[in-house]
Design a protein around this ligand. Sequence first.
Ligand code: ATP
Length: 268
Amino acid sequence: MPVNISRIQHVESSACFPFIEMKNISLHFSDHYEKLCVLEDITLQLYKGDFVCVLGPSGCGKSSLLHVLAGFQKPTSGDITINGTRHTRPNSDVGVVFQHHNLFPWLSIQKNIEFGLKMKGIPRSERKNLVSSYLKIVGLEDSAAKWPYQLSGGMKQRAAIARTLAADPKVILMDEPFSALDALTRESMQNHLHRIWIQTKKCIFFITHDVEEALLLGTRIVVMQPNPGRIVVDMPNPLPRHKSIEENKHVKEFNDLRNYLISMIRKQ
Ligand SMILES: Nc1ncnc2c1ncn2[C@@H]1O[C@H](COP(=O)(O)OP(=O)(O)OP(=O)(O)O)[C@@H](O)[C@H]1O
């Protein structure tokens, strides 16, 4: 069935109650010479189980929006609520995975994943069980005792994802987490993340420059435009979620959707 692009634009998510809501977010920076509108009047709702992929040209404000959502950056105006409570600073509801893993080099992989659980005061036996289950989810059961320097780039990023998952955040923010990886590792990481999302149904907010990656992973796709940074597309991804990434690449609509999204990214 051909994709009716006009029908899928700006469709509301089927779930009825957003558990993260960004309302009229603006972010301005100014110096002596000019005022820069990095984000202008952004309203976005995230629902449980959403995998939102954010695309847009360089400098359109994707990372800035993530920083505001993480609580790292105070917006100039607007509000964020999580489960109805105002969100103003970094906290354990929001986990972040960056482009470069930030594992502690002095701790084994197991201890890295355990770190947040220990901070939360979770008893040792429970910690052990949780760490093994997260190691299994990211496919690193055999690397528990290794040190970060002994792992490949993709394995380190998987360990960083496990560490974030272990803290049980309500939403995981990812800022181009695979962009430093080679093409093959990247493909394998996409499969891992797809499986992790199927297993955990965590809400994920994922920034990428790669339109295909967004189509293969996202349940929703958001496109931003610069000057000022704003959302121009917020659409559900019509590709079937039960299919594997490999199968979806061969679905007929895949190319139409990719071309549509590329045209929206380029449109000024
Ligand atoms: N602290 C800051 N002070 C001034 N300007 C800033 C600051 N942080 C970001 N900017 C500006 O905000 C704009 C958006 O930057 P941002 O990093 O959010 O874009 P992006 O879409 O993530 O870009 P990229 O895809 O290249 O990573 C840029 O013009 C950037 O120079």
